[in-house]
Design a protein around this ligand. Structure first.
Ligand code: NAD
Length: 467
């Protein structure tokens, strides 16, 4: 049995601690965290305690960790998007192999610089395009490869971001503002552009894109709404995005319901989503119901270090970005965008991304000359159907939904890590190498340019100019 791969973690935040940290705890034979770089002292101490990291291997930032020389086999870089460039270039130059969160970087020139540096230093650089590693999308890829769809004609793919995820991440949170992060088509949909490229194994020749920020603007604010929900908003009862309801009441129940395996709990939870006091009152006499109101996972755990504590959540809403009125923040990223594409063989595809869905998930439709493939990959259910034109036969495949999986992203998080370990051990080439992942990033940057400039992009020219 080979030794576990020794990891230096950059950023013990949501992905670093919850995804990669959890993988380390459940797969000790595969990886061992030997060092951590994290400026937040609570997160750093918690991560170090969880992984038995010695005090001299706990660093306050990635720069200090790298100045200690090469102290691990690889770096997992789970810092925020805008930090990816400098930290990854420096880690590669120290001689580390790197698993880097997507997007590779927030600008095209930085993205290219990272990809080139990995090649020049001859290091493994793998990008966290987790969806490729799910059973669901592996099956889609196998169906494409099987030829049973006939000649593929058109793909319609949609990424339906839930209204509360949109409000949390792209209106109030880390990805709300272009100057602070990346365009949403890159930050959120580089996964989807990557999937289209991977399914077809061919490049886009032409691309156009439309979309903007339609809803989360001052003109749509309820009359008299203050800058913060916690400052006595007159629309508290009626506003879908009223932060205390989202973080204290409905969302904990919504998230807990989707994870509850008891049908009675699911029923009570569903009934309570719009009447959270009902679950709270019932929880006082029926202890299992209390669990519905005590959920402290994402996104509560991203707004405070004490997500179990309602008072800490209220404090975060009063003082931090997540209590802002969604109509009065400094957000400027889109809340809907479409991309139309033509691939080399003439196949056409559209990607629709928007942030106003009742639930989180993706929907896929592929029409071929012999069959149609339909699919839904969501929190509540995941399935594929192949409808054959001639016979009318339907074959259905079902998969564990996002909430039924122990590992996030429909099992993709663990799939990614298993592949990274195998790639580190030389047992397989990584499916999402930096060079391979570059194409989706080129598509995203081109789409953003097409949207802003209201033009169609010739991708050959775009590649020639960029690379
Ligand atoms: N693969 C996916 O599907 C997926 C899903 C979600 C997020 N992401 C990406 O993962 C990355 C991290 O996202 P997150 O939600 O975990 O963010 P986060 O803000 O929760 O975590 C980032 C952490 O980096 C730390 N940090 C800041 N400065 C640092 C420094 N100088 N050195 C070391 N650490 C530093 C922060 O304190 C924070 O704890 C982002 O790039 C994001 O886009 C990818």
């Amino acid at each position: 049995m080979p030794d576990p791969i020794r990891i230096l973690l950059f950023g013990a935040g949501n992905r670093g601690a919850q995804t990669y940290g959890r993988y380390g705890q459940t797969h000790p034979q595969n990886i061992r965290f030997v060092a951590v770089a994290e400026p937040n002292p609570i997160r750093r101490a918690q991560f170090a305690a969880d992984h038995y990291i010695s005090p001299e291997r706990q660093f306050t930032n990635w720069q200090d960790a790298l100045s200690a020389g090469k102290i691990a086999d690889a770096v997992i870089n789970a810092t925020q998007d805008e930090m990816h460039h400098d930290s990854t270039i420096a880690a590669l130059n120290v001689g580390y192999d790197v698993l880097l969160e997507k997007p590779i970087a927030t600008t095209l020139s930085e993205t290219l610089h990272i990809v080139r540096t990995a090649e020049e230093t001859n290091r493994l650089l793998m990008i966290c395009h987790v969806l490729r590693y799910t059973d669901f999308f592996q099956k889609v890829k196998a169906i494409f490869q099987s030829g049973r769809l006939g000649q593929v004609i058109n793909i319609s793919h949609s990424e339906n971001v839930s209204y509360f995820h949109m409000a949390h991440s792209y209106v109030r949170g880390n990805w709300r503002n272009l100057a602070l992060s990346a365009p949403m088509i890159l930050a959120k949909s580089c996964h989807d552009l990557d999937l289209l490229y991977w399914f077809l194994d061919e490049k886009v020749t032409h691309l156009s894109s439309f979309g903007d920020l339609r809803h989360f603007k001052a003109e749509n604010a309820p009359p008299g709404a203050p800058d913060r929900c916690t400052d006595g908003c007159p629309a508290a009862e009626s506003c879908t995005f009223y932060a205390p309801r989202i973080y204290l009441d409905s969302l904990p129940i919504k998230q807990a319901v989707s994870r509850a395996d008891n049908p009675m709990l699911r029923f009570i939870g569903k009934t309570s989503i719009n009447h959270p006091q009902f679950a709270k009152a019932l929880g006082k006499v029926i202890p299992p119901v209390r669990k519905l109101t005590e959920y402290s996972g994402w996104p509560r755990n991203t707004i405070t270090e004490y997500p179990q504590d309602d008072a800490a959540v209220v404090d975060a809403l009063r003082t931090g970005p997540y209590g802002h009125c969604v109509y009065r923040t400094d957000n400027d990223v889109v809340d809907h965008q479409v991309v139309s594409m033509r691939f080399e063989s003439g196949i056409t595809a559209t990607l629709t991304m928007h942030g106003h869905s009742h639930e989180e998930g993706r929907m896929l439709r592929v029409d071929g000359s012999r069959a149609t493939l339909l699919g839904k990959f969501s929190y509540s259910e995941s399935w594929l159907e192949v409808h054959e034109h001639g016979s009318g036969a339907i074959e259905r495949f079902t998969f564990a939904s996002e909430v039924e999986q122990a590992s996030g992203h429909g099992g993709g998080d663990d799939g990614l890590m298993n592949t990274f370990i195998q790639a580190m051990r030389g047992e397989q080439t990584p499916l999402t190498s930096a060079r391979n992942s570059l194409e989706s990033h080129l598509m995203a940057f081109a789409a953003e340019g097409a949207r802003l400039g209201n033009v169609m992009v010739d991708m050959d020219q775009f590649r020639e100019k960029s690379i």
